[in-house]
Write a protein that binds this ligand. Structure first.
Ligand code: ADP
Ligand code: MG
Length: 322
């Protein structure tokens, strides 16, 4: 199959976004907007970011787009379009490539997103680069630099699930010895970005948000550094799944703090605005947990408290005594 019939095969028969003027099929796509445009790109390389031993092609597409949409969620943006640049090696079949696109389209349809372009080339390693485009109403993009001393630090969902799923998929599991393994594997393969929750915060003037792609230790540091504050997290309050206790203490600690790829949202908000955040969580059926507070800038960006003992939390999730 040549490049042109491939493009034909993935070209949508209809588009969902009314603002789209030209989708796939010209030199570039065109859409019209009076809102603030938010855009991001992420690249996934086979055997670096994903592997066929733990993911079906469908999941590869689903997850790659999910990671990108999560970045839009963390900006408070409403996802609308995406473009896909793909490097295709000879050993991938047409059917497998279609499954990648069908994984993307299933997730995209939940947000009424349209695929509006891309690029197709051949090469040695399957590589998928996705550009997403979304929008916010004027001046409502959510920046990392918006944290302030006295803010509450919160997180959605539970942390560490994705790496737990990856662990189950890659370790010896002959006797199905793990409890809730389908849950963890699902969290690894089909992450659901927190778009609705972030959008339900729209009435707030100020909230800082960051999505958990590299682990909460890292994301908290990014917020603290961008805002010139420090963040203190309480270890015992970090939310995990009910059956997370089946893993060793070291695994739990490592996965919940630096596992990442859970695509939950970490945020900070003024105490006076907490009711709005709570309401947003209820309205969108989102688990929400307070896990710490923002303090005046100290020597390190992030600290973690455990039984009133405060330790420095490194970006990697490693802790040492203050
Ligand atoms: P050009 O040569 O003008 O760059 P192409 O032949 O590369 O155009 O692409 C034709 C159309 O198909 C364009 O609209 C482009 O955005 C789209 N397209 C190409 N490859 C992909 C892909 N892998 N996924 C989605 N759209 C694609
Ligand atoms: Mg081209």
């Amino acid at each position: 199959m040549d490049e042109f019939s491939f493009i034909d095969s993935i070209k949508p028969t209809y588009y969902r976004q009314p603002s789209l003027l030209k989708g796939i099929g010209d030199d570039a796509a065109v859409f019209r907007s009076s809102k603030d445009i938010v855009t991001a790109v992420d690249t996934f390389v086979e055997d670096v970011h994903f592997s066929r031993s733990t993911m079906e092609p469908y999941h590869i597409g689903y997850r790659a787009l999910g990671a990108n949409i999560s970045d839009l969620a963390a900006m408070g943006a409403s996802p609308s379009f995406y473009l896909v640049s793909i490097v295709i090696p000879k050993n991938w079949t047409q059917a497998e490539l279609s499954q990648i696109y069908s994984g993307m389209d299933d997730l995209a349809s939940k947000y009424h997103m349209d695929i509006i372009g891309g690029d197709t080339v051949s090469g040695k390693q399957l590589t998928i680069s996705i550009t997403v485009i979304g929008y916010t109403i004027t001046n409502k993009a959510r920046y990392r630099q918006h944290a302030k001393e006295g803010d509450i630090v919160f997180v959605t969902g539970t942390l560490g699930d994705s790496l737990a799923g990856f662990h189950i998929l890659t370790s010896d599991n002959e006797n199905n010895r793990y409890v809730d393994q389908d849950f963890y594997i699902h969290r690894h393969r089909k992450p659901e970005p927190r778009v609705a929750f972030a959008q339900a915060l729209e009435s707030l003037d100020r909230v800082s948000l960051n999505d958990v792609s590299d682990g909460i230790a890292n994301e908290a540091s990014e917020i603290a550094e961008a805002s010139n504050v420090s963040i203190v997290l309480r270890e015992n309050d970090i939310p995990v799944a009910p059956s997370f206790y089946q893993f060793t203490y070291e695994q739990q600690y490592q996965w919940k703090l630096s596992g990442g790829e859970d695509f939950e949202l970490l945020g900070t908000v003024a105490k006076g605005d907490w009711a709005v955040v709570n309401e947003a969580a209820e309205k969108t059926n989102t688990q929400l947990t307070v896990i710490g507070s923002v303090v005046e800038e100290e020597k390190h960006p992030v600290y973690i408290e455990d039984n009133a003992m405060r330790k420095v939390l490194k970006k990697s999730g490693y802790t040492h005594l203050k």
